[in-house]
Design a protein around this ligand. Structure first.
Ligand code: PEP
Ligand code: MN
Length: 335
């Protein structure tokens, strides 16, 4: 249920209302916007009499929210969420480039790529230390050592780092990681999502290969219901009947997710098409659709990459991509 309060309602009356609602055993999520204050009621609201609320002097309107995702719902939080990570904002009109290799392979590889993408204006460095591979015989990542390498690159370049977690048991290793990625395959690892909800780390939550928008938002809800509201949603391609490309990029996810939720939405075109030549045009399309950022795989020697070489851009190709995406962003800002 959401309760929209009248503008300039007296503070004490608002506080009394919140206290009363909490005494009814419902959680109250307060969203103070520029134009109105919205109270989002979470939990068993069946016993709350909406007509009684509507009759209160400070209440503008009351609505029952039918969607099962509450914290992630735009109705509960009409304004875009803006997440500030080491002074880099994402969401609410702030666009960010996250770039780096699929996997951390060596110190020199990561440092070279980090410096390259940083020069082109990437503000976040990505790199997988724990790799979810389809085959157990493929490279599984450098694990703790990989995180150490990313932290060195962060120290050298000043770029915050984004890296994937595959088990909540590894959380202590992520203490200095800026953004924890939940990969497509773990989107519904509910126990891990609950653990991440108890941290205060920004979470980049990727949509599963065959998951709906609502399932993605329910996964965000698992994290948010634990108290962690810093979530970035990521569309990375879904599985369809088309087999020519690795996955099919669902650009409309940007619009739909932003309608349904206030959370920032980014696009990963690298895992979508699986081919480097598709990355730039899809990145431009994502920016045109209103995405809040892009996550791009970049490798200094794609043909030798231990993972996802075919979809990786060289630093020079990434530089060209950023220039073209900026043209789109500038064109959007002119309107
Ligand atoms: C990745 O980002 O390297 C990755 C494994 O992505 P996804 O979970 O989207 O497949
Ligand atoms: Mn990859």
């Amino acid at each position: 249920m959401i309760v929209v309060l009248k503008k300039e309602s007296p503070k004490t009356q608002v506080e009394n209302l919140i206290e009363w609602l909490e005494s009814q055993k419902v959680g109250v999520h307060i969203s103070e916007g520029e134009f109105s204050t919205v109270l989002g009621l979470i939990g068993d609201t069946a016993s709350v009499d909406e007509h009684l609320l509507e009759g209160l002097e400070i209440v503008e309107s009351v609505m029952r929210v039918s969607e099962p995702f509450k914290n992630a719902n735009r109705k509960f939080h009409p304004e875009d969420t803006v997440i500030d990570i080491a002074d880099h904002k994402i969401g609410g009109g702030n666009f960010q480039f996250i770039a780096g290799p699929c996997s951390v392979e060596s110190h020199d590889q990561v440092l070279e790529i980090a410096e390259g993408v940083h020069k082109s204006g990437a503000n976040f460095l990505r790199g997988g230390a724990f790799k979810p591979r389809t085959s157990p015989y493929d490279f599984q990542g450098l694990k703790a050592e990989g995180i150490e390498i990313l932290l060195e690159a962060k120290e050298k370049t000043g770029m915050p780092i984004v890296t994937e977690i595959m088990s909540a048991a590894h959380l202590p290793l992520f203490e200095n990681v800026d953004v924890i990625q939940v990969g497509a395959r773990n989107m519904q690892n509910f126990d891990m999502l609950k653990e991440l909800g108890r941290t205060n780390k920004p979470i980049l939550l990727k949509r599963g290969l065959a998951n709906t928008y609502k399932e993605l938002l329910m996964s965000a809800e698992y994290i948010m219901s634990g108290g962690n509201e810093n979530i970035i949603l990521c569309e990375r391609g879904i599985r369809t009947f088309e087999t020519y490309t690795r996955n099919t990029l669902d650009i409309q996810a940007v619009t739909v997710l932003k309608e349904l939720s206030h959370l920032p939405v980014i696009i990963d075109p690298s895992h979508a098409g699986g081919m480097s030549r598709l990355v730039k045009p899809m990145a431009m399309a994502a920016a045109a659709a209103g995405a809040d950022g892009l996550m791009i795989e970049v490798h200094n020697n794609p043909s030798k990459a231990l993972c996802d070489g075919a979809q990786s851009l060289t630093p020079a190709q990434f530089d060209d991509l950023t220039k073209n995406v900026r043209k789109i962003l500038n064109a959007l800002n002119e309107n």
